[in-house]
Write a protein that binds this ligand. Structure first.
Ligand SMILES: *Cc1c(COP(=O)(O)O)cnc(C)c1O
Length: 373
């Protein structure tokens, strides 16, 4: 756990701690038409399709911006103006999708469950049986608001049975939790460079079934977020339409090398699961109460209820941890006061024990005894 500069460890949902080698890969300026850069870009696109076992059925369309830009691009490009989207909501990222639909004037309906409950499969079945106008369903794989894992495979089966297309926001799960296109029927999935794939922030990507994307010409009302146009241009001349985030792509390529070296989704998922287990046990031992039932917890980010101890003040707690080099995250729940501790990024069991020791120290320093809600 050596740090040569005063750099914090990020126990957050992103941006995340990256390896030195990933950061180092950015120290080159390539032009966007440079052959080396074009090769790196093509290789990244191929490797991302391989992660979902997309074979020749899926294409990768990368896009500048944070993850939300790609979520917006996916919806704006894949759902035609005559379509209707069913949004499965159990947290802030699902809600954000409805806001995107509002901006685009896309017709949509919502199936909502509580933030500590997975999306409701019976309600999905019923809604699709009743409302035959629905053309697409969208689900968030791991709802980062709480850290809950949604049953994407079951959602996909039901959606396919009703001849609707499934879109997946797998932003915080992609690369750590399996999503195999040969086992799970979906039309498109979106994620970004800077979550479980451990690159730096600056780009997202959409993996789309080629046969579906081919029908999307003219759907988007946004030029810069038109995935169809971005795809056609990239297929035609191997280039990005507008200035590519070259340094981000170089870092991403290195991050994918490290992802492969760790054993891909299985290896990465195993490290995060171990991180999650250590963190959860340590927090429970100190008396903190997790929001989720254990079987619903994804190994991505953990939500705890705010302690009831009158001496507990989140800002003081946060600052105390931050001074010790550990950055956690406030809660985003609407139903209860909470805070979150992430377990993804270039962090391992040593870092988990480190943050637990720092939490113990800050609790003692502030005379906090009652960690339960
Ligand atoms: C992080 C995240 C996003 C995108 O967030 P950005 O801040 O725009 O990168 C979208 N959906 C989920 C589930 C996320 O975890």
């Amino acid at each position: 756990m050596q740090r040569d500069i005063q750099e914090p460890w990020l126990f957050t949902p992103g941006p995340l701690t990256t390896s030195k080698t990933v950061k180092h890969a950015m120290l080159v300026d390539y032009g966007s038409r440079d052959n080396k850069f074009i090769q790196v870009n093509a290789s990244i696109r191929r490797r991302l399709v391989d992660i979902i076992n997309g074979r020749d059925e899926f294409v990768c369309v990368p896009l500048q911006g944070s993850g939300t830009f790609s979520v917006e691009a996916m919806i704006g490009t894949l759902v035609p103006s005559a379509g209707k989207l069913l949004v499965l909501v159990n947290g802030a990222y699902g809600k954000r999708i409805t806001k995107i639909c509002d901006y685009y004037g896309r017709d949509y309906v919502v199936n909502e469950t509580a933030e500590d409950e997975p999306v409701d499969l019976d309600a999905l079945e019923q809604r699709l049986s009743e409302d035959v106008d629905i053309t697409h369903v969208i689900v968030v794989h791991c709802e980062t608001t709480s850290g809950i894992l949604n049953p994407v495979a079951e959602v996909a089966t039901i959606t396919a049975r009703h001849n609707c297309k499934l879109l997946v926001d797998a932003m915080s799960a992609f690369g750590a939790i399996e999503l195999d296109a040969q086992k799970i029927p979906f039309s498109a999935v979106v994620a970004s460079s800077n979550k479980c794939l451990e690159g730096v922030p600056g780009m997202g990507f959409c993996l789309v079934r080629k046969a579906d994307l081919e029908q999307c010409k003219g759907n988007s009302v946004s030029l810069s977020l038109d995935l169809y146009d971005q795809w056609v241009a990239m297929e035609t001349n191997s280039q990005w339409r507008f200035t590519p985030p070259t340094h981000v792509l170089l870092a991403f390529n290195q991050a994918l090398d490290e992802f492969d070296a760790e054993g891909g989704v299985q290896g990465r998922g195993a490290r995060y699961q171990q991180n999650c287990d250590i963190l959860m046990q340590g927090m429970i031992d100190m008396g903190f109460q997790p929001l989720l039932k254990p079987e619903l917890q994804a190994p991505i980010i953990l939500t705890f209820h705010t302690p009831s101890d009158p001496n507990f003040d989140f800002q003081v707690f946060y600052d105390g941890l931050s001074e010790r080099g550990y950055v956690i995250y406030p809660g985003k729940l609407t139903v209860a006061d909470s805070f979150r501790v992430g377990c993804i990024g270039r962090l391992d069991s040593e870092h988990m024990h480190g943050v637990l020791a720092a939490i113990r120290e800050v609790l003692d320093l502030n005379n906090i005894k009652q960690c339960a809600a």
